[in-house]
Structures are given as structure tokens and as C-alpha cells.
Design a protein around this ligand. Sequence first.
Ligand SMILES: C[S@@+](CC[C@H](N)C(=O)[O-])C[C@H]1O[C@@H](n2cnc3c(N)ncnc32)[C@H](O)[C@@H]1O
Length: 195
Amino acid sequence: MANTYDYYEKNWREYCKSTADCVPHEEIDRFLGFVPSQKDLILELGSGSGNCLRYIYDKGYNISGSDYIIDIVLELKKLIPCCSYMIDFSEVEFINAFIEGTAVKHIFANAALHHLTVSEFINFINLIEVKGLLFLSLKEGAGEVTHEDGRFESFYSQRQIEKLVSKRFEILSFSRSSDILNRDLNWLSWTLSKK
Ligand SMILES: C[S@@+](CC[C@H](N)C(=O)[O-])C[C@H]1O[C@@H](n2cnc3c(N)ncnc32)[C@H](O)[C@@H]1O
């Protein structure tokens, strides 16, 4: 049966083309407002088309991209003159080792971590050893869905996430926004700071 990985591996080119110009400026600017220095290294998880990566890079910030689809990473390297890595964000221990071995200070994950199962997401929040800020945006709703095309998605309420993250993180900002692709759904976004 197809899964999220198979979906993006097969459809990455069309997917990236359809989202390259969709940039959630307001949410990104709110996050960047909390980044203490433009020199701080930000790691983006699940960069996709590089829509957010390019926006943050062009603003003069020190950011690296990542994705688990090799063709996406190769394309990011071609399009945006910053580092981009192969990282599977379900492997939290790997990300922690990566952070430990590099200067990564903040993590930015827009429209990406909803592809984790709820238990993988809880694991991510409980184990991630980010030094500074963590930006998250997730789909509002309830439960988990596997679409016919193989993509898996999980949905959350503001209350659920805030209860989960408050053990380890301080909430610096929250916003609810409609979908840039005009689908009938809301995105919930947070900038969190490690306690
Ligand atoms: C919905 S797209 C969002 C792309 C971009 N962040 C944006 O804001 O438009 C999700 C991206 O996350 C990647 N992805 C999904 N699961 C992943 C995982 N476990 N590890 C790394 N990347 C993953 C997909 O390949 C895809 O590029």
C-alpha cells in the first residue's frame, strides 16, 4: 500500500511546482521576530518546494533545508544557495545527534509534522533537543487519516498541542490561519521556546 513517502517520491515535482509560491509570510515573520540573531542557524524540516526556505534565506537569515525525498533535496540544493540535508523527521534521535554535531539553534517545521502519527509527534515533542526556538504548524481537527493517494495526516486542537508542549516549551506565539491553497481547513502555528 502506498504511503506518504511513496506519494512525495512519485509526485514531488508536481507538488513542489504547485506550492513554490505559497509562502505563509505572516507566520514566518512572527517566528523570525523571536530569532535573536540572523547568524543563528535555523534547520527547516520537510522543506518541500523550498517556499519557506527561500523566503527566510532571502531575508538574510542563516538557514539550512531538509527533506527525506532525495530528489527534493537535490532540487533545493540547485535552487537555493544554502545547505540542504536528507533528514527523516520521524527519527528524533538522529535530529538530536545532527543538532549536537552542528551549530543548529532553532527548528522550523511548516506544514510538515502533521505527516507524523500522533504517537510519533508526541515522541518528537518529548525528545527533541532544540536549543532555542521550535516553529510548528499543524492542521486543525481531530484524528488521523490515510488518503487514497497514500498520504498520512494527523489533526490536532490548539488545546491538545498546548497541553503537550507546555511541559518542555514556553509558548511565545500562536495563530490560526486559513489554508493558502484554499482548501477547507485551518493551520495552527506556534513559536515555542525551550524551557
Ligand atoms: C506538505 S509538504 C510542506 C512543504 C513545506 N514545508 C511547505 O511549507 O510548503 C511536506 C513535506 O514534508 C516532507 N516529509 C514528509 N514526511 C517527512 C519525514 N518523515 N521526514 C522528512 N520529510 C518529510 C515531504 O517530502 C514534503 O516535502
